[in-house]
Structure formats: structure tokens, C-alpha cells
Design a protein around this ligand. Structure first.
Ligand SMILES: Nc1ncnc2c1ncn2[C@@H]1O[C@H](COP(=O)(O)OP(=O)(O)O)[C@@H](O)[C@H]1O
Ligand SMILES: [Mg+2]
Length: 261
């Protein structure tokens, strides 16, 4: 029995204002449950715009995004509870994604307390217990829940953002350049944490990165974007060892070639 993809993105276009070219230009892709998809491409190629639309934080100008058979691109916020409970995002910079005036505990539990998610099937009802659980899962001391984001290092702040994303027990994690703003010395720790959580929670992953080596480490399939379009998709091995697209070859030439694990 072949399963319906979790996401079906069809001919999605996103044009900002009167920009000459759309930021996302007729993109189509499928994402199966449990799959780990990497989206790579140079800065400005439309990666963030695409995944923000998949997380319903932005709307396509044209085209269709179906999540579990529901067209999400035209839905009003009050009808998006099912998606908010199932799809959570981690952003590039925890300095801007975490509210500096909220304690770490309040930030992490905010999604659980939102009227759209509360009492929804699958979303943990015991906020305190879930807070302790996710803090421990990301390697933070639950006693730190009363502190504020500025008291933590960049890597720890990204752990807080990951705990917040995990809190509602999502099925899909969308991580947009989750280590690009961090010190090089802590990137591997945060990536390994993400890889562990994706495996232990059985998460479906959409990982945006301009760094192919990061995607190779965490993903099984990759979509390469250039100028708003997906120019190549394939398994990580296929794209890594035999890139079909000229642009992909230049991306690969820019990173050190290490043997696949
Ligand atoms: N909010 C916005 N308003 C206007 N233009 C935007 C906005 N966000 C992104 N863009 C433009 O859309 C294009 C794609 O941006 P983005 O999706 O952020 O790419 P990436 O994440 O691959 O760097 C870029 O040309 C960028 O300048
Ligand atoms: Mg981006």
C-alpha cells in the first residue's frame, strides 16, 4: 500500500510586492512522513520563503500546499490549529526567535498554552511535566526554566528554541539554518542534538541550510534551490556523488569533499 505524502507542494509561487522575480517560483515537492529533507541553495534562493509557507507563516501568491490532504494555503489562522500542533519551526537566530521578556519556561510552554493548541489531541495537557521533559531532552537543567534567554549562551538559547518546538509533540520539525548564527564550536553539538531528537521522536524533518555538509549529516533527501526554483532533487548520496545540475556542482565545489559515512 503506497502512502499519501504528508506534504504536497504544487507550483507554489511567492512574489513580494512588485519584485521583478518571485522569491519562490513554481516549486513542487512531496514530503513523506518520517522523511528528512534538506533544502540547500545560496543566500536569497528562496529557502526561507518556501519553508515559511510550509509552516503556514506566510502564504503563496499562487499554487497549492496540502498537508495531510488539507489545503493549507488559504486557511485562516483559527483553522490552522491542526497544522500548528503538527508542524513546529526552529529559526536561525534564537536571539530574535525567543522573547527576551519571557522566562525560558514561559517561552517553551507558550505553544502549549495557545488557544489553538490547548486540548488538541496529541498536545500534552500537563504543561509543567512537559516543560521538564523537553528541557531534559535538549540537555538543559529544568531548574533553569525561571531564567531569561540573555542568561544563556547562543548554543543554549538554540536548545531552548528546540525545546519550545518539541513541546507540542509535533510530527514535523522545520529548521531554518538552525546553526548558522552559532559559534562554530557549538554547531556540531546542536546538529547532533537535532539528529538524536529526529531519530528518537520519529520526526519528519525539513532542514534548510546553505551548507551541504550539514544536510548530508542529517537528511536522506535533498532539494537544491536556485533563484526561487528547485533545480535538483534526489537522495543525499545521488546528489552528492553525481550532481546532475551545474549549479549543484558549484555548490558542491565550495565544500570540502569528505567521504560519506
Ligand atoms: N519579507 C520580504 N519582503 C521582500 N522581499 C523578501 C522578503 N523576504 C525575502 N525576500 C526576498 O526574497 C528572496 C528570497 O529570500 P529568502 O527566502 O529569505 O532566501 P534564502 O532563505 O534562501 O536566503 C530574496 O531576494 C529576498 O531578498
Ligand atoms: Mg533564509
Amino acid at each position: 500500500m503506497s502512502e499519501q505524502p504528508l506534504y504536497q507542494v504544487r507550483d507554489v509561487v511567492r512574489r513580494y510586492g512588485h519584485a521583478a522575480r518571485p522569491a519562490v517560483d513554481h516549486v513542487s515537492l512531496d514530503l513523506a512522513a518520517g522523511e528528512r529533507l534538506g533544502i540547500v541553495g545560496e543566500s536569497g534562493s528562496g529557502k526561507s520563503t518556501l519553508v515559511r509557507m510550509m509552516a503556514a507563516l506566510d502564504r503563496p501568491t499562487a499554487g497549492s500546499i496540502r498537508f495531510r490532504d488539507t489545503e493549507i494555503s488559504g486557511l485562516p489562522e483559527r483553522r490552522l490549529g491542526f497544522l500548528r500542533a503538527s508542524v513546529q519551526m526552529v529559526f536561525q537566530d534564537p536571539r530574535s526567535s525567543l522573547d527576551p521578556r519571557m522566562t525560558v519556561g514561559a517561552s517553551i510552554t507558550e505553544p502549549l498554552r495557545s488557544p489553538l493548541l490547548r486540548r488538541r489531541a496529541g498536545v500534552p495537557a500537563d504543561t509543567r511535566a512537559r516543560l521538564e521533559e523537553v528541557m531534559a531532552q535538549v540537555g538543559l537543567d529544568p531548574a533553569d526554566a525561571r531564567r531569561f534567554p540573555h542568561e544563556f549562551s547562543g548554543g543554549q538559547r538554540q536548545r531552548i528554541a528546540i525545546a519550545r518546538a518539541l513541546a507540542p509533540r509535533p510530527q514535523v520539525l522545520v529548521a531554518d539554518e538552525p546553526v548558522s548564527a552559532l559559534d562554530v564550536s557549538v554547531r556540531a553539538q546542536v546538529l547532533n542534538l537535532l539528529a538524536d531528537l529526529v531519530a528518537s521522536e520519529g520526526l519528519t524533518l525539513v532542514l534548510v541550510s546553505h551548507d551541504l555538509a550539514v544536510v548530508r549529516h542529517l537528511c536522506d533527501r535533498v532539494a537544491v534551490m536556485s533563484s526561487g526554483r528547485v533545480v535538483e532533487t534526489g537522495t543525499v548520496e545521488q546528489v552528492w556523488s553525481a550532481p546532475r545540475d551545474a549549479y549543484t556542482r558549484t555548490l558542491l565545489a565550495a565544500v570540502p569533499r569528505l567521504p560519506l559515512p
